[in-house]
Structures are given as structure tokens and as C-alpha cells.
Design a protein around this ligand. Sequence first.
Ligand SMILES: Nc1nc2c(ncn2[C@@H]2O[C@H](COP(=O)(O)OP(=O)(O)OP(=O)(O)O)[C@@H](O)[C@H]2O)c(=O)[nH]1
Ligand SMILES: [Mg+2]
Length: 599
Amino acid sequence: MEIRNIAIIAHVDHGKTTLTDKLMEFCGTGMAGSTMDTNDLEKERGITIYSKNTSVNWKGTKINIIDTPGHADFGSEVERVLKSIDCVLLLVDAQEGPMPQTRFVLKKSLELGLKPIIVLNKIDKPASNTERAHDEILELFIELGASHDQLDFPMIYAIGREGVAMRELNDERKDLSPLLDMILEHVPNAVKNENDPVQAQVFSLGYDSFLGRLGIIRVYAGNLKSNSEVLIHTAGGTLRTGKINKIFQFEGVSRVETNILSTGNIGVIAGIPDITISETIVDNKETPQMGEITIDEPTISLRFLVNDSPFAGREGKYVTSRQIRERLERELEVNVGLRVLPQQDGSSMVYGRGELHIAVLLEQMRREGYEIQVSQPQAIIKTIDNVKTEPYEEVTIDVPAEYSGAVLEKMTRRRGLITNMNEREGISRVTLEIPTRGLLGYRSQFVIDTKGLGILSSRFIGFKSYAGEISHNDVGSMTSMVSGKAVAFALWNLENRGVLYIGHGTDVYEGMILGNTLKGDELAVNPIKGKQLTNMRASGTDESISLKPPYSLSIERGLETMKWDEYLEITPTSVRLRKKFLTEQARSKNKNQTIDEDV
Ligand SMILES: Nc1nc2c(ncn2[C@@H]2O[C@H](COP(=O)(O)OP(=O)(O)OP(=O)(O)O)[C@@H](O)[C@H]2O)c(=O)[nH]1
Ligand SMILES: [Mg+2]
């Protein structure tokens, strides 16, 4: 049986998962309505977090498909996957055209010598413009230094959501067979070197509570058998031995056990507890190691601590530093972009690829019953060749022209440098380069500045020299100076000072942050002070005061708005912000403490 190995890549939301689901449905491997975004968090957020494998059969050929995440925080997932496939479907939203992550994934694909198939997707969108999108894609190929051969890319039109693809714009919109045929024609058959000794490489990791660590591999030569002894080339260049206990291959979204993973195929192995990304598995010590698969370095860091707020232990099941540390260790089994450095005081420094990368981990932990506190995320500052450097991002912003002034003003204040700017149909598209530090905490402000109509996406471009001071004093905190139950009357008085995170009846403690102040000043407030009681029935009782609905703090919003002298307290049922030092007295005593103690 012939095999084709492809990955679907694109900017976030350009329709990768929807197309993968439809391909499975059409080929009979997935049920209508089932989705590759299997994880609860993925379903809720409507985004892909982990790259996932599936396979379909088309005209007697097995097509292994890897659906990848489009969000920039998970970009390193994509990069690894690209080394293990032979072609990519690059989806481009026919209205938006190429976006930052399109550029990133295309650049990586071209560098690896892949020849992408372009899928101009979502052509049903009223404002789609296939000609313009095509031209922009072509320009991008040229700009990224595509070879002559790569420039001659095949292209197909699609409405992924309706499960149709057309070679020509006016072809009948019937099904996905034109795309599947194109894959068979264009992607080389992966079945080769069948009689050679085994050579396979690990490009992703998994975890199973019964089987332990899993390696997701592609076999490049020979046939890998279960229950066989193998040799593993480690990164350091040494060889170690291991035994493959079980092998699975992908059939649709299921893992099906098999005795042999044949050459060209992609599958999962269990039995080697310390297997890791990039390692080459062979059965003959003369077989060489494969080219290294590198993993991107983290760009931000923050501290994970035991929750020591006055409400600690009320809502969580796992609360001790040992439990948190063990959970983080388990995360390292599969979360390749993450680093954890245990600290002497029992806390852990956690290094990740962006706020979303960390927020997803925290969200998962709280759902499992953990209670935890984290410090404000900081960009990682590094000295390279005696030069102080920091991570930079390339940001692309699409905003209605009337709001672009406000956005650009903030971006430049945060040390953003505009690299490109144009306007069409009333929408400004601005590209700029900005230190990650400048972008941290800006996204929620961006939503406000553009009345929710702007789109901001970013991707890490590398460490560059330190940009100097950046001030972030957009908002200040309203901190409670007492403990008790918040009452509507007191909150009503606070409402015009800023935005509240809590409502009537919320339990608060001294040092907890109740909201932010518009003017950027720090405010100590008393949220439990009710109206003076009199003998008479007061006409304005607390219950009759109508408050604006509070701005509910999510983990991401919390990570964004928090300040260096605050912790975000996360439990299965609450997200609270608090000052590190709970009393006014302790705060003023420690006001000279610097952020550096936390990084
Ligand atoms: N109009 C239109 N919308 C589509 C089409 N395909 C997908 N969508 C919508 O686009 C949104 C994003 O789709 P996904 O398939 O989750 O996108 P994705 O590329 O997998 O997103 P990430 O994995 O988060 O990068 C969903 O709301 C889909 O319903 C299409 O052909 N036309
Ligand atoms: Mg997806």
C-alpha cells in the first residue's frame, strides 16, 4: 500500500481542523460532527493546542495527516512536525490573505525543501478575494526565497466547512475528491527502503497512564516490529538500547495496535521510558542518526508557588508544593516547549513560549483540582556575546482605520517599530516589530482600543538587543484593605473609579485586588462598608442597588493585567488577583523589592 504523509499548516483560524474533520468524514474515517480538536480546552476555545495525527484512505492509498495548531505560541509544535512529512497543505483564508503565522510556517516549509500545496480556503466569505490572496501568496514565496520549483506551487480553492474543493474557481462544488487527488499526484510516496535496516525518528511525544511515555515516530527505512530490541541514537551521539513493547498506527482518530510499522508510516511506540524528540531508532548500529530536530527556546518565565492566600485550600484538591512539582514534571513528559526549574523555596520557575502556552497549562491544572499561585510573566532577558538581549515579536494588526491612531500610539510607546502599513477598504494593516516585553499585557487593552473589532497576531522572531525601559502604567489596582463580604453599596461607590472584578456578596480578603483603576493609580478600598443602618427601613437597601456586571477574571486576563507586585491565585473555582504583600504596612516596607527576585 502506498503512503502519503502530509501536514496541514496555516495561520490561526484559517480552517485547518475543519478541513481535516471534513476529509475524515468524506473518506469514511470520521463521523459527521466529530472533531480533531478532542481536548476539552480545545473544544471550548475553538482552537487547536496540540498537533494531532489521523489518517484516511483514498483510492487505496493511506494518507497520514497531521493537523497543527495555528496560534503562534504553539509554533514550535508545527516546526517539529514539518520534519516528518513530505508535503504541506498551506491553507490561506481567501479574505485575510497570508498572515504572520502563514509566513512562519511557509518559511519553515521552504527551508526544509518542501513544495507546498496551497489551499485558498473560505472562498465563501463575502469579502474573499482569491486573486489578491494568490498574488500575496506568490509575493510571500518570492520574498522568502522559494526555489524555482517551489514557486510553481499547485493551488486549489476550498470551502472547508462545506467539504468542497475545486481546481478552478468555477468548477462544480461537489466534494473533497479534487484535493485528495491532488495529494496523490503531488506528494511523493513515502514507501521506500523497505529492505534496509530500520531507521525511525521521534518527532512528538505522548503519555498514556498505562503505557507511560509514548514516542510518535516516522519510519524512514525498514519495518519496525513490536517486542523487538532496538538501538537509540541519543542527542549526545551515544547509542543506548531499548525495547519496543507496543506499536500503534493511526486509523482515523484512533490508535490501532499493530505488530509492524512499515517503512514510510507514522505511528506510536511504547516501552522506552526515556525516549525523546529527535532520537533515531535503529536495529543496526551502523545505521546513521537522522538530522536533529531542534526545539524552540522559551521566551517568557514566571514562578509557580503554593497558594498562601487567606483562602488557600478552600477550593482545591491538590495544594502542596510537592503536588505542584510532580504535576509540572508530568507536564514535561509531553509539553516539549516547556522548561521547569525547581527553586530552593519549593516554588518552580516555569519557562514557556507565551502567555497562552502558560494559560493553557494553568487552566488544565485547575480543572484537575490544583490550587496555585503564579507571578507576573516576564520576558526572558539573556546576555548573548556580552550584549543584553530580549525576545522580539513580529506583530500584524488589522484595525478599522479610525482606531489605528490609538493603537499605534500605544505600540510605539511600548517600543514597537512599524515595518509596514497599508489600508484597504477602511481597514489598516500594520506590521511592526516589538519586544515581547512591550506586548505582554497589551492584548486586553487592544480589544478596548479597537472596540473589539481589531485582530492582533504575533510571532516570535528572535532575541535582539534590549530595547530599554518600557512603562506599563496603563491601569492601577484597587486593593481591599479589609476582609469580609463585599456589599453592593460599597462597590457602587467604587464603580466610577475603575473596572471591578467582583460583585455583591463576594468574599474578599485584605490585599485582594477588586478591580483596576482607570487613572493608573493604586487605591486601597473598603468593599464591605454598607450604608449606615437606621431604625427606619432604608429605601436604598444593598440589594436594590444595581451594579454593572463585574469584569470576570480569566486566567489569561489575569496574567495580562497583573503587576509585578501581585500574584494570580488560581483554584478550581476562582481566579483572584492579590498583592504579594497583603497588608499596606508590609507593602510599604517592601516597596523597594525588585522584579528580579522573581525571575
Ligand atoms: N466561512 C467559512 N468559515 C470556515 C470555513 N472553514 C472553517 N471555518 C470557520 O473558521 C473557524 C476556525 O476553524 P478551525 O478549523 O478551527 O481553524 P484552525 O485553522 O484549525 O484553527 P487553529 O487550529 O486554532 O489554528 C471556525 O469557526 C470554522 O467554522 C470555511 O470554509 N468558510
Ligand atoms: Mg485547528
